[in-house]
Ligand binder design. Structure first.
Ligand code: NAD
Length: 416
């Protein structure tokens, strides 16, 4: 059976490792984070989509360590390390290049290397191939190289690695053949494109498409606020059109590791081609503005009740970036908490998926405590397990940034 190496065991790498192990593959799992390696060695999952029982069922086939030399015995190596932005919002390829250098030292003839991390078109060919070739082996001749974007949507159960089509582009046809054979072990449908660049750009298009459409409806939400029209009602009505419209929900801004970050990989790359990607920049600008707009809504809700933000006790419901998961990376809730604190509010929060926000010195209150103590309840992320109608009925004042209290029948809820 195939031995698969995986570098980077986070939201992307760990589900891949478990999926290959479930199909009987041996997995060489490499991560520099000692806590993750230790957790894997003791069969403890730290990713909500992979319950520990699922991990334990295949634990004997997953060898976790920080030792790149173990990759020498793998037939294929998948690279799933982070691709964040620097403080100047430029691509931070450090982890990617480090992992390629580490792999180059142990690369074997005949191995397949696939990059899964989201990145700009050209990364696989121009940045990864030359580093791997420092091994003395030639890409496309002595070893195979491909790009295949990860499309995992954390928290989602209807579309998984198995039934989400897997796009891939190889450096050569032979590289693509090898990558296809590998992914057929865990995916039902493979979509081959002609090059790694096409596969790299495909992933960015998917994320930019979401970012732009979310920005469009967020801009509309700011306008409907002034016009006194319910944006949720408008979006819901538009969504009844059976063709030519795709529904996106307004909200407090974009979060997570992908949408606030990935589009800027393309806008950065586009500058080399004398292009300014205006849709990307504009969408980023509007989405970044949303937490400020939401804070203004809180301010005016308190004002209408004869209160100042300063000294008001505000309970935030939901601080992760999306419903049903505990990931707080780039969550707009953190920005909103920060802005409200800056105005002198006293913040607490309730989130069944996020026990503590260490950087903000906060721990999740119980649902009842959060409600009882608050002058204003602010629904930022609507987890399915939280009873939002109850919030609407019981809180003194409610600002709902997700439109989830619309059916509550409570008239004076303030909505985005
Ligand atoms: N999270 C998602 O939903 C998602 C979806 C699609 C694509 N992606 C992309 O996949 C990539 C990984 O994202 P993620 O969310 O899994 O990140 P993550 O931060 O959850 O996991 C990355 C892991 O890589 C490890 N790592 C960093 N540098 C390393 C190195 N040099 N050697 C070995 N391990 C190293 C880290 O310790 C971490 O455990 C990113 O490019 C991201 O944009 C993420």
């Amino acid at each position: 059976m195939t031995t698969v190496g995986i570098i980077g065991l986070g939201y992307v790498g760990l589900p891949l490792a478990v999926s290959f192990a479930e199909q009987g593959c041996d997995v060489v799992a490499i991560d520099l984070d000692a806590r993750k390696v230790q957790a894997l060695q003791s069969g403890e999952s730290y990713i909500e989509d992979v319950p520990s029982e699922r991990l334990r069922a295949v634990a004997e086939r997953i060898g976790a360590s920080n030792r790149y030399e173990n990759l020498a015995r793998a037939e294929a190596v998948l690279v799933c390390v982070p691709t964040p932005l620097t403080v100047n919002r430029e691509p931070e390829l450090g982890p990617l290049l480090d992992s390629a250098r580490g792999l180059a030292r142990v690369l074997q003839a005949g191995q397949l290397v696939v990059l899964e991390s989201t990145t700009y078109p050209g990364t696989t060919r121009e940045r990864i191939a030359p580093l791997l070739e420092e091994s003395g082996l030639a890409a496309g001749r002595d070893f195979h190289l491909a790009f295949s974007p990860e499309r995992v949507d954390p928290g989602r159960t209807d579309y998984t690695l198995r039934n989400t089509p897997k796009v891939l582009g190889g450096l050569t046809e032979g590289c693509a053949d090898q990558a296809q054979a590998l992914y057929e072990i865990v995916c039902e449908e493979i979509v081959r494109v002609s090059s790694p660049e096409a596969a790299e750009l495909c992933k960015l298009l998917e994320n930019i498409f979401r970012s732009v459409n979310i920005a469009l409806v967020n801009e509309l939400a700011m306008l409907t606020d002034r016009m006194g029209i319910d944006v949720w009602e408008v979006v819901e009505a538009a969504a009844t059109k059976p063709y030519g419209f795709m529904s996106f929900a307004p909200g407090p801004g974009m979060g997570g590791h992908c949408l606030p970050v990935d589009p800027f990989y393309l806008s950065w790359r586009a500058r080399e081609f004398d292009m300014t990607t205006e849709f990307i920049e504009l969408a980023g600008k509007i989405n970044q503005q949303m937490p400020y707009h939401c804070v203004a809504k809180v301010q005016s809700a308190l004002n209408d009740a004869g209160r100042a933000v300063k000294g008001a006790r505000i309970a935030v419901f939901g601080v992760s970036y999306k419903p049903g998961v505990g990931d707080t990376r780039e969550s707009p809730a953190l920005k909103i908490v920060d802005l409200l604190r800056g105005l002198g509010a006293e913040l607490s929060y309730h989130d069944p998926h996020v026990p503590a926000l260490a950087d903000l010195g906060l721990r999740s209150s119980t649902f009842d405590d959060a409600l009882a103590d608050a002058d204003l309840a602010l629904i930022v992320t609507a987890h399915p397990s939280v009873d939002h109608e109850q919030i609407a009925r019981r809180a003194r004042l409610v600002v709902d940034l997700r439109g989830v209290t619309r059916g509550s029948g409570v008239a004076d809820v303030v909505r985005l």
